[in-house]
Design a protein around this ligand. Structure first.
Ligand SMILES: [Zn+2]
Length: 124
């Protein structure tokens, strides 16, 4: 959140030269300030949209599911799961390890401890 604020504060500073240029050329007054802000909004509408949506669009998660097989960790039979890819985790080229619901949940907790977050959770 603080990092986002810094980016946002910096982005506000970017509108300073626009305001300064317009006011300098058209004179200090309410109409030139309105023109400067119109120019600024035409540019920063897109910049703000990017700042506030960048994170949201980034999270994609890929899971592989295997039906009725023994878990590769505890050996219990059941439906098996494998997290292939998430925001800062990519095992698409690694050897596939399928885990039962319980072992997969434990693995997710372990990954979370390493700063890797998955939106999907087996307790849901
Ligand atoms: Zn298991």
């Amino acid at each position: 959140m603080f990092k986002k604020f810094i980016i946002y504060a910096f982005r506000w500073q970017l509108s300073t030269p626009i305001l300064w240029l317009v006011v300098r050329n058209l004179g200090m007054g309410i109409s030139s300030t309105i023109i400067a802000n119109l120019i600024g909004s035409a540019i920063f509408f897109w910049v703000d949209r990017f700042i506030f949506n960048a994170k949201k669009n980034k999270i994609t998660e890929l899971w592989q599911v295997k039906e009725e097989s023994p878990c590769q960790s505890c050996g219990n039979p059941g439906a098996l799961w494998r997290l292939v890819k998430t925001e800062n985790y990519d095992r698409s080229d690694a050897k596939a390890v399928f885990l039962c619901r319980r072992c997969s949940q434990a693995k997710l907790r372990e990954l979370e401890g390493r700063g890797i977050k998955a939106a999907f959770c087996h307790t849901q």
